[in-house]
Design a protein around this ligand. Sequence first.
Ligand SMILES: Cc1cc2nc3c(=O)[nH]c(=O)nc-3n(C[C@H](O)[C@H](O)[C@H](O)COP(=O)(O)O)c2cc1C
Length: 165
Amino acid sequence: MNKSAFYQLSYGVYVISTWDKGRATGCTANSAMQITSSPATIAVSINHDNYTNQCIQDTGKFAISILGEHSSPGIIGTFGFKSGKDCNKFDEVEHTVKEYLPVVADACAYIVCEVVDKMETSTHTVFLGKVLDADILKKDDPMTYAYYHNVIKGKSPKNAPTYIE
Ligand SMILES: Cc1cc2nc3c(=O)[nH]c(=O)nc-3n(C[C@H](O)[C@H](O)[C@H](O)COP(=O)(O)O)c2cc1C
């Protein structure tokens, strides 16, 4: 199997956020996709070892902050290379609350979802979310995963589903 073929799949770069007993938390993810338009439904894939997974299981809700090319790249690092188990990531990143969920203020758009189903794989939970609210926050081109790798020269850690050793 030539795993480089996987690099030809296209993604965006997102922060998936939720609450941890009243404290905002979340992680960077590339794995978000729209599944249906009516009812609007989105899926995200979150590693079992990510603290965000446990918090989404507990709250039954998550928000997707869609990062733009002009969003601060530091957001990806804060949410993608640290754990909410050990730090308050939103202390470093400004947020706003939409439909009762924390959203990154520097994102270009957001989508808020309620978990309606989930599927377990050996490493990741795929959460299926019914969309409760969505809107544009500012005019920007959404950041693609290719832009993150080729322009920002970013890396993906082990818990990203796209990670290849
Ligand atoms: C560009 C990028 C994409 C990522 N994509 C995912 C993803 O789709 N799913 C996932 O579970 N983790 C993904 N990660 C890894 C998590 O963001 C990372 O493990 C994070 O530290 C987990 O934080 P938490 O323990 O607070 O949940 C990604 C990280 C980066 C930098």
